[in-house]
Design a protein around this ligand. Structure first.
Ligand code: 8YV
Length: 337
C-alpha cells in the first residue's frame, strides 16, 4: 500500500536509524546513503549507553524476527516512526502498541516462501524416513547387517497432507506435495483458497477433520492471540498413530507439553519441528530425548540467498517509509491514517 508519512521528523534530511541485526556491508552502505546509521548487531552491543543514546534519537529501526518490541522497549525510542523487521512473522512486535504510537511496521513477505517450503519438505522427509535417527545409527557403528524392519520408515509420496494456514508458504508446500509427490491436500483456515483448489485439488475442511485425516499435518499459521495453542491435546489426540506433525510456524501455535505427551505415549508417529516454545531449545527439553522428533534450530528461511533477499527487502522497506515517504509491506498502515 502507498501513502504519505506525515510525521514532521521524517522530513529531516538525514534521519537517524538503529540497526539491530547483522547486515552485509553493501546493505549498510545503502542505508548510510539515506540515514545516519547506528549499528548494534549483537545483543551485548545493546547493553551500552551508546545504544540508549542512539535509540533516543532514532526514527527508524531495522531488526530481526526475534527482536522484542513492546511498550517497555519502545520507551527507549521516543522518536521512532518506522520499524523494519527482517522476517515475515512479526509476533515479537506489539503491533497495537506500535500503531497507538503512530509507528509503522514493515516485514518481508514473499521472498522466503520457496525456502521455507523446502524446509517443510526436509522435515517431512527426514521425520517420515527417520533420516536423522538412522544417520546417527550409521555414525555410531550400529550398521552391522541388514536393516531391521523395526527401523523402517513411512512413505511420504501419495499420502494426505493437511496444511493449517494455506498462505503463500503453504501454496509453495502444496505445489511440491501435489505435483512432486502425488499427495492429496487438505487445508484448514478462515478463507477458502480457490487457487489451491484448482491447481492442487486442495480440499478445505474443518481443523478437527484435517487432524483426523492427514498423514502429515503442517502448521504455517502466524502466531496471534487466536492461534496461540491452537493445536492442543484435544486436536493432537485425534491424529492417526502413523501421522506426523510438522511445525514451521511458531512454537506457541502448539501446546508443546501436549505434543510431548502424545509423542511419549506413541499416539502419533513423530514430529518435525523448526520452532519451539523457547528458542534456543533448552538442553533438558524432553523433545530431545525422543528419537521420532527431528528438531532443527529455526532454519526455515536460513539460506544465504534468502536471508540476503529478506535483508535487502527490509532495507528497501525502511528507505521507502522514511525517505520516500511511502509504505510497502507495511502490516499496520492505519498507524499513520
Ligand atoms: C526469520 C522467520 O528468519 O521470517 C520469519 O518469520 O521465522 C524467519 O524466517 C527469523 O524470524 C529470524 O529473523
Amino acid at each position: 500500500m502507498n501513502g504519505p508519512l506525515y510525521h514532521s521528523e521524517v522530513m529531516m534530511l538525514h534521519p537517524s536509524i538503529v540497526v539491530c541485526q547483522t547486515l552485509s556491508s553493501h546493505l549498510l552502505e545503502r542505508l548510510e546513503t539515506y540515514f545516519d546509521v547506528h549499528y548494534f548487531p549483537q545483543e551485548k552491543d545493546r547493553q551500552s549507553e551508546h545504544y540508549r543514546l542512539a535509540a533516543a534519537s532514532a526514527q527508524g529501526l531495522v531488526a530481526s524476527g526475534g527482536f522484542t518490541l513492546g511498550s517497555q522497549q519502545l520507551a527507549l525510542f521516543p522518536k521512532l516512526v518506522a520499524v523494519s523487521t527482517i522476517s515475515v512473522g512479526f509476533d515479537s512486535y506489539d503491533v497495537d502498541v506500535l500503531s497507538a504510537a503512530g509507528i509503522v511496521l514493515c516485514h518481508t513477505p514473499g521472498v522466503l516462501d520457496e525456502t521455507v517450503a523446502d524446509t517443510v519438505f526436509a522435515l517431512m522427509l527426514s521425520s517420515a524416513r527417520r533420516v536423522v535417527e538412522l544417520a546417527d545409527w550409521v555414525k555410531t557403528g550400529q550398521w552391522q547387517g541388514k536393516l531391521p524392519a523395526s527401523l523402517f520408515g513411512l512413505d511420504v509420496h501419495h499420502k494426505t497432507l493437511g496444511i493449517v494456514g494455506l498462505g503463500r508458504i503453504g501454496m509453495a508446500v502444496a505445489r511440491r506435495a501435489h505435483h512432486g509427490f502425488g499427495m492429496s491436500i487438505l487445508y484448514a483456515g478462515r478463507h477458502a483458497n480457490p487457487e489451491a483448489e484448482q491447481q492442487f485439488a486442495a480440499q478445505q475442511v474443518a481443523l478437527a477433520e484435517l487432524m483426523q485425516r492427514s498423514d502429515f499435518v503442517v502448521l504455517l499459521v502466524p502466531l496471534t492471540e487466536q492461534t496461540y495453542h491452537l493445536i492442543d491435546y484435544p486436536l493432537l489426540s485425534q491424529m492417526q498413530p502413523s501421522a506426523i506433525l510438522i511445525n514451521a510456524a511458531r512454537g506457541d501455535v502448539v501446546n508443546e507439553q501436549a505434543l510431548i505427551d502424545v509423542l511419549q505415549q506413541g499416539m502419533i508417529a513423530g514430529a518435525g519441528l523448526d520452532v519451539f516454545h523457547q528458542e534456543p531449545l533448552p538442553k533438558n527439553s524432553p523433545l530431545l530425548q525422543l528419537p521420532q522428533v527431528v528438531a532443527v534450530p529455526h532454519i526455515g528461511s536460513a539460506t544465504e540467498q534468502t536471508r540476503q533477499a529478506m535483508a535487502t527487502l527490509a532495507v528497501d522497506n525502511l528507505i521507502a517509509a522514511l525517505h520516500e515517504r511511502r509504505l510497502q509491506n507495511c502490516v499496520n498502515p492505519s498507524a499513520i491514517a
